[in-house]
Design a protein around this ligand. Structure first.
Ligand SMILES: Cc1cc2nc3c(=O)[nH]c(=O)nc-3n(C[C@H](O)[C@H](O)[C@H](O)COP(=O)(O)O)c2cc1C
Length: 360
């Protein structure tokens, strides 16, 4: 079994109180520098994808002492990362609740030109953020996921409408674009009316690798029908096993074998000894403070060997198809994850075969 190894670029290693460490590079957070360094390192270590969750709220109560919600726009950040990486997949989060499909498609296709075959998207439906979008009240989860599915349909229809083959650039005949090959979308649905075409051709004919993030019935149903992977919260092994069984059952009903892959978040506080890791965890999230780092996820506080053992146990229990690793506590967690955990997983044959998610 080969696992899909995802690396979170949230960047969780600065969160909580970790930004206060001398070596945190917190001043450079918005230059993108530390994140580029992390993703380049993750690419070298054999990670399949770099993943960026995203929320559109900035709680002032948190921001005074924790950079959890600060960061560049994910599309702009992915453009920067596309220039710095060669192989790793770049998965950007799109809130279907607060987005229109036309600009989303245009942004994603633009990214595809910068990193052909390496772009994926993670569709979320957001439990908050409505204050920013003239929305009276958030619709319930089922309605938000219906809108998400319609948005996915329209984005893929727009992508299919302007294939790269239509771009002729024939100087002799004067044909720049073969208009016959452009098929404008003509969508009118519950949430969107979109005509198209996009103002640029699409480099890859396949649909974009699609992740969805959630865990309720509507997420699972949509993931089964459409997604390549589901980003999930699975604190215990059993939660991973049952979510994996549920999405696979939904996919079977939709006639899709081997999809979607269940990728739970995995928070890792790593150090040379368990005692040291526990001390870093306490310093990052003092008992009095609320834990807001990598959220409610499967968590290992310990050595690289402990992380490997935990991943192996979940793989053997068929509770995961991969993981999204959140290195927490300090930059040392990034280093140990890339330089100690990944090589051990590779020796065990658990990572490194190349992800089935991306087309390049
Ligand atoms: C593991 C996980 C990660 C999520 N990540 C995001 C995110 O990055 N941004 C966001 O706006 N919503 C995020 N969500 C919210 C979901 O997209 C969704 O709105 C919510 O889970 C409700 O759907 P559900 O009842 O089917 O789980 C996440 C949810 C889960 C469970």
């Amino acid at each position: 079994m080969t696992l899909v190894a995802g690396f979170s670029i949230a960047p969780t290693w600065m969160r909580g109180q970790a930004w206060r460490r001398e070596d945190s590079r917190a001043e450079e957070l918005l230059s993108g520098g530390p994140i580029i360094d992390a993703v380049v390192r993750a690419e070298r270590a054999g990670f399949d994808l770099a993943f960026r969750p995203d929320a559109l709220t900035l709680p002032l109560g948190t921001i005074g002492s924790d950079p959890a919600h600060l960061g560049l726009d994910p599309i702009v950040q992915a453009a920067q990362l596309a220039g710095a990486t060669r192989r790793i997949g770049l998965v950007v989060t799109v809130s279907a609740t607060f987005s229109e499909p036309y600009p989303v498609a245009r942004q994603l296709v633009s990214l595809e030109h910068l990193a052909p075959g390496h772009i994926g998207w993670n569709v979320v439906t957001s439990r908050s953020g409505d204050e920013q979008f003239s929305v009276e009240r958030l619709p319930d989860s089922a309605a938000r996921w219906r809108r998400a599915e319609e948005l996915i349909d329209v984005v893929e229809s727009l992508r299919a409408g302007f294939p790269a083959a239509a771009m002729r650039v024939d100087r002799d005949s004067g044909v720049l674009v073969d208009v016959e090959r452009v098929r404008p979308t003509n969508h009118a649905g519950e949430n969107f009316r979109v005509a198209g075409p996009l103002p640029l051709p699409v480099p890859t004919p396949q649909p974009l690798p699609l992740m969805v993030a959630g865990g309720g019935e509507s997420t699972i149903a949509l993931a089964g029908r459409r997604a390549d992977a589901m980003f999930a919260s699975a604190i215990e092994i059993e939660s991973g096993s049952s979510q994996r069984a549920a999405v696979r059952a939904a996919a079977k009903d939709a006639g899709r074998p081997d999809r979607p892959l269940l990728l739970p978040g995995l928070s890792l506080v790593l150090a040379g000894t368990r005692g040291e890791a526990a001390a870093i965890e306490r310093a990052t999230y003092p008992p009095s403070g609320q834990r807001r780092g990598a959220g409610p996820h499967w968590s290992v506080v310990g050595t690289p060997e402990d992380a490997v053992a935990s991943i192996v146990a979940r793989a053997e229990a068929r509770a995961i198809d991969g993981f999204i690793a959140f290195p927490v506590g300090s930059w040392r967690s990034v280093e140990l994850l890339c330089d100690e955990v990944m090589p051990r997983l590779r020796v065990l044959g658990l990572v490194g075969e190349g992800t089935p998610l991306f087309h390049a």
